[in-house]
Design a protein around this ligand. Structure first.
Ligand SMILES: [Fe+2]
Length: 135
Protein backbone atom coordinates (compact mmCIF):
# COMPACT_ATOMS: atom_id res chain seq x y z
CA UNK A 1 0.00 0.00 0.00
CA UNK A 2 1.33 3.41 -0.87
CA UNK A 3 0.09 5.72 1.77
CA UNK A 4 2.66 8.42 1.36
CA UNK A 5 4.27 9.38 -1.88
CA UNK A 6 7.63 10.95 -2.05
CA UNK A 7 7.30 14.46 -3.42
CA UNK A 8 9.57 17.26 -4.51
CA UNK A 9 8.72 19.28 -1.42
CA UNK A 10 10.68 16.75 0.59
CA UNK A 11 13.74 16.95 -1.58
CA UNK A 12 16.88 18.68 -0.33
CA UNK A 13 18.89 18.19 -3.49
CA UNK A 14 21.56 16.22 -1.62
CA UNK A 15 21.35 12.76 -3.21
CA UNK A 16 22.50 10.60 -0.30
CA UNK A 17 20.31 12.42 2.23
CA UNK A 18 17.31 12.40 -0.10
CA UNK A 19 17.83 8.67 -0.52
CA UNK A 20 17.80 8.20 3.26
CA UNK A 21 14.71 10.38 3.66
CA UNK A 22 12.94 8.23 1.09
CA UNK A 23 13.65 5.26 3.33
CA UNK A 24 11.50 6.88 5.98
CA UNK A 25 8.63 7.10 3.48
CA UNK A 26 9.21 3.44 2.56
CA UNK A 27 9.25 2.48 6.21
CA UNK A 28 5.84 4.01 6.86
CA UNK A 29 4.35 2.49 3.70
CA UNK A 30 5.73 -0.91 4.64
CA UNK A 31 4.24 -0.61 8.10
CA UNK A 32 0.79 0.12 6.70
CA UNK A 33 1.10 -2.65 4.11
CA UNK A 34 1.89 -5.22 6.76
CA UNK A 35 -0.92 -3.95 8.96
CA UNK A 36 -3.33 -4.15 6.06
CA UNK A 37 -2.24 -7.71 5.36
CA UNK A 38 -3.18 -8.55 8.90
CA UNK A 39 0.34 -9.04 10.25
CA UNK A 40 -0.09 -6.66 13.11
CA UNK A 41 2.56 -7.96 15.45
CA UNK A 42 5.18 -8.29 12.73
CA UNK A 43 4.31 -4.86 11.40
CA UNK A 44 4.88 -3.31 14.79
CA UNK A 45 8.10 -5.20 15.42
CA UNK A 46 9.53 -4.27 12.02
CA UNK A 47 8.50 -0.68 12.40
CA UNK A 48 10.11 -0.32 15.82
CA UNK A 49 13.30 -1.99 14.68
CA UNK A 50 13.50 -0.06 11.42
CA UNK A 51 12.82 3.25 13.08
CA UNK A 52 15.44 2.59 15.73
CA UNK A 53 18.11 1.65 13.18
CA UNK A 54 17.14 4.60 11.06
CA UNK A 55 17.34 7.04 13.94
CA UNK A 56 20.93 6.09 14.47
CA UNK A 57 22.41 5.79 11.04
CA UNK A 58 20.47 8.58 9.41
CA UNK A 59 20.81 11.16 12.16
CA UNK A 60 24.50 10.36 12.64
CA UNK A 61 25.05 10.66 8.92
CA UNK A 62 23.31 14.03 8.79
CA UNK A 63 25.24 15.34 11.77
CA UNK A 64 28.60 14.36 10.28
CA UNK A 65 27.57 15.93 7.01
CA UNK A 66 26.65 19.22 8.70
CA UNK A 67 29.92 19.23 10.63
CA UNK A 68 31.98 18.55 7.54
CA UNK A 69 30.30 21.39 5.69
CA UNK A 70 30.70 23.75 8.62
CA UNK A 71 26.99 24.49 9.03
CA UNK A 72 26.90 27.09 11.83
CA UNK A 73 23.70 25.76 13.42
CA UNK A 74 24.90 22.18 13.65
CA UNK A 75 24.75 22.11 17.45
CA UNK A 76 21.11 23.29 17.51
CA UNK A 77 20.20 20.71 14.90
CA UNK A 78 21.98 18.00 16.86
CA UNK A 79 19.93 18.93 19.92
CA UNK A 80 16.72 18.28 17.97
CA UNK A 81 18.11 14.93 16.87
CA UNK A 82 18.94 14.08 20.44
CA UNK A 83 15.34 14.80 21.42
CA UNK A 84 14.21 12.45 18.63
CA UNK A 85 16.31 9.66 20.05
CA UNK A 86 15.07 10.31 23.57
CA UNK A 87 11.46 10.45 22.47
CA UNK A 88 11.83 7.16 20.62
CA UNK A 89 13.42 5.46 23.63
CA UNK A 90 10.67 6.72 25.94
CA UNK A 91 7.81 5.74 23.65
CA UNK A 92 9.29 2.33 22.96
CA UNK A 93 9.60 1.74 26.67
CA UNK A 94 5.98 2.76 27.18
CA UNK A 95 4.87 0.52 24.33
CA UNK A 96 6.72 -2.46 25.79
CA UNK A 97 5.07 -1.76 29.11
CA UNK A 98 1.72 -2.13 27.41
CA UNK A 99 0.65 1.39 26.63
CA UNK A 100 -1.00 1.27 23.18
CA UNK A 101 -0.94 5.04 22.80
CA UNK A 102 2.85 4.92 22.58
CA UNK A 103 2.75 3.20 19.19
CA UNK A 104 0.35 5.76 17.76
CA UNK A 105 2.62 8.49 19.04
CA UNK A 106 5.63 6.90 17.37
CA UNK A 107 3.82 6.73 14.05
CA UNK A 108 2.78 10.36 14.46
CA UNK A 109 6.37 11.18 15.27
CA UNK A 110 7.60 9.55 12.04
CA UNK A 111 5.05 11.58 10.08
CA UNK A 112 5.99 14.85 11.70
CA UNK A 113 9.63 14.06 11.06
CA UNK A 114 8.81 13.83 7.37
CA UNK A 115 6.55 16.76 7.07
CA UNK A 116 7.97 19.12 9.59
CA UNK A 117 11.58 18.35 10.38
CA UNK A 118 12.69 17.62 6.81
CA UNK A 119 10.76 20.47 5.32
CA UNK A 120 11.93 23.01 7.85
CA UNK A 121 15.06 22.15 9.81
CA UNK A 122 16.72 19.99 7.17
CA UNK A 123 15.90 22.43 4.40
CA UNK A 124 17.63 25.10 6.37
CA UNK A 125 21.03 23.41 6.25
CA UNK A 126 20.51 22.47 2.59
CA UNK A 127 19.73 26.09 1.73
CA UNK A 128 22.74 27.33 3.64
CA UNK A 129 25.03 24.86 1.89
CA UNK A 130 23.61 25.73 -1.49
CA UNK A 131 24.06 29.43 -0.89
CA UNK A 132 27.65 28.89 0.13
CA UNK A 133 28.28 26.63 -2.82
CA UNK A 134 29.04 23.68 -0.55
CA UNK A 135 26.73 21.22 -2.29
FE1 LIG B 1 17.69 16.54 10.68
Amino acid sequence: MVLIEWNKELELGIPEIDKQHKQLVDMLNEFYTELEEGHRQEAIEHFLKNLEDYLHYHLDYEEKFMEEKGFPETEDHKRIHKLFKELYAEEKQRYLQGDPKALRELVAFAFSWLFSHIMKADKKYAEYMREKGLI
